[in-house]
Design a binder for this molecule. Structure first.
Ligand code: HEM
Length: 231
């Protein structure tokens, strides 16, 4: 059973002349950390990749140091704990899938690193999903216990309850944290985690276009110049 088609939103960052809005990415990462990270991993993202795009190198180092990682085994084969560093990956909330399911009524919260690419509808779908929980399921809808009704989720019964409510986080840049603002920011952030090279790709595309146009114009001029005496 397919879910309701998501609304198509005019995402700025997906336009071919536009890049990610770094302030939005920073807010979106805050939403991930303060809300989604309780259940969802982001296992493809090392702290170092946040540097420059989302935070300064000092901020990323400090964030990495908030977590402990295993050391390589020493000569006696002992593993110890050390503070995180830039090359470490953002830690998962659960030890393994089994523990994740046990904490979520049997359902597995998927890793969010590539979710924007993995789900049909991408940004529009995830935004619609996050903001699409009605206060009450429609009359007559059969919702299994432990599941929430969400018309955008295939099957409509989802093991993730509504998580975004107005004012849930406090943005440091003063942006009002409405549910839709948080959903928009976290979706843009998750598009960045899935396609961190998008900005470079677009910039390169524009260079190719400019240089290509110049070369084409030049070759047109040379052709006319060379053939001029023959006419
Ligand atoms: C599923 C996003 C917070 C638990 C999902 C899915 C997405 C998502 C995109 C996949 C839906 C699909 O399969 O099509 C997010 C975001 C969050 C967030 C962006 C933060 C804003 C949470 C939290 C929890 C949670 C806090 C736990 C309390 C789950 C579970 C599923 C899920 C259990 C699997 C649902 C199912 O298969 O029925 N989430 N989530 N999520 N999420 Fe979240």
């Amino acid at each position: 059973e397919e879910g309701l088609h998501p609304t198509q939103y005019p995402w700025e960052h997906t336009k071919w002349t536009k890049t990610f809005d770094h302030a939005a990415l920073r807010r979106g990462f805050q939403v991930y950390r303060e809300v989604c990270a309780a259940c969802h991993s982001l296992k493809r993202i090392p702290y170092r990749s946040l540097v420059g795009t989302i935070m300064t190198v000092d901020e990323a180092k400090a964030l990495a140091e908030e977590n402990e990682y295993d050391t390589e085994p020493n000569d006696e084969g002992e593993i110890e704990k050390r503070p995180g560093k830039l090359s470490d990956y953002i830690p998962a909330p659960y030890k393994n899938d089994e523990a994740a399911r046990a904490a979520n009524n049997g359902a597995l919260p998927p890793d969010l690193s590539l979710i924007v690419k993995a789900r049909h509808g991408g940004c529009n779908y995830i935004f619609s999903l996050l903001t699409g929980y009605p206060d009450e399921p429609p009359a007559g809808a059969a919702v299994q216990s432990g599941l929430s009704f969400n018309p955008y989720f295939p099957g409509t019964g989802i093991a993730m309850a509504r998580v975004l409510y107005d004012g849930l986080v406090e943005y440091e840049d003063g942006t009002p944290a409405t549910s839709s603002q948080m959903a928009k920011d976290v979706v843009e952030f998750l598009n960045w985690t899935a396609e961190p090279e998008m900005d470079e790709r677009k910039k390169m595309g524009i260079k190719v276009l400019i240089i290509g146009t110049a070369l084409l114009a030049l070759s047109g001029w040379i052709k006319r110049y060379k053939w001029a005496p023959i006419k």
